[in-house]
Write a new protein. Structure first.
Length: 255
């Protein structure tokens, strides 16, 4: 393991591991034990037990960017950190040297897509019981295309051949620090509007399974907490905060 400090608007302290079960699981364990301070960043070259929403397992071989950061939620943003993190990753990729930066869409609640294929997933989890809350921001980006690529998956090197986890990491952390400063003290509406500018299938059909009930409607908006607002057939609005969410005829599940 190596450790280094990356100086951005907020100082991040990076710990790097060749292999972990999960960068987020590792950071949660250490944070619960009181051995990690806000600003700690855990990076692994590969993960053997990577996790997504609702406990889903996913493959995390070498060549991806697997990063988890511990932040103190002084702003009280809570789940909105997923929106801010998505914007930060999108901004970071735009700063990589490329002739044509790919258009990256933000898929509610926690994915980034290129050409309707998943490039990145985000997971926000609470660490411990401190006040203000401490949150673990987990990020997984498909950077280098493997010999056996997964179906329906985007890889950054297909669009920016020079991209590597090493070059992307500081850009992501710098963007996250910068957006935190930019949005701090501002109306929550600013975060909402910034995310909606790049929202995937805004205005499209959505079906959700929430607590055993199926809800269908049109993705019209986000509320100020980052929840999805659906317009149902009868004109009523339904607020969606989680569950199984499927977009359009393809029935693409949110991971």
């Amino acid at each position: 393991m190596t450790a280094q400090a990356l100086h951005t608007t907020t100082e991040w302290h990076i710990q790097h591991f060749p292999t972990l079960d999960s960068t987020s699981s590792h950071l949660l364990r250490e944070a619960d034990n009181g051995t990690m301070q806000p600003g700690t960043v855990i990076i692994a070259d590969q993960q053997t037990g990577a996790r997504g929403r609702q406990g889903r397992q996913w493959d995390a071989p070498s060549g991806g960017l697997y990063l988890s950061a511990l932040v103190e939620d002084r702003e009280g943003w809570g789940a909105r950190w997923a929106l801010i993190t998505g914007l930060a990753i999108r901004q970071a990729i735009s700063k990589l040297p490329a002739k044509n930066t790919p258009d990256i869409a933000l898929k509610w609640p926690n994915d980034l897509l290129i050409n309707n294929q998943k490039l990145c997933g985000i997971l926000i989890e609470r660490a411990g019981q401190t006040d203000p809350w401490q949150l673990v921001i987990g990020i997984g980006v498909n950077v280098v295309k493997p010999n056996t690529p997964r179906e329906s998956t985007a890889y950054l090197t297909d669009y920016i051949p020079s991209a590597t986890p090493v070059t992307l990491t500081p850009l992501v952390l710098e963007a996250l620090s910068g957006l935190r400063c930019q949005f701090a003290g501002k109306p929550i509406e600013i975060i909402r509007h910034a995310w909606l500018e790049h929202a995937w299938r805004l205005g499209g059909a959505v079906s959700c399974h929430v607590n055993g009930d199926r809800v269908e409607g049109i993705f019209r908006d986000l509320d100020c907490d980052g929840a999805m607002i659906l317009e149902c057939a009868d004109g009523s609005q339904q607020r969606i905060t989680g569950g199984e969410v499927h977009f359009g005829a393809e029935q693409t599940a949110v991971e």
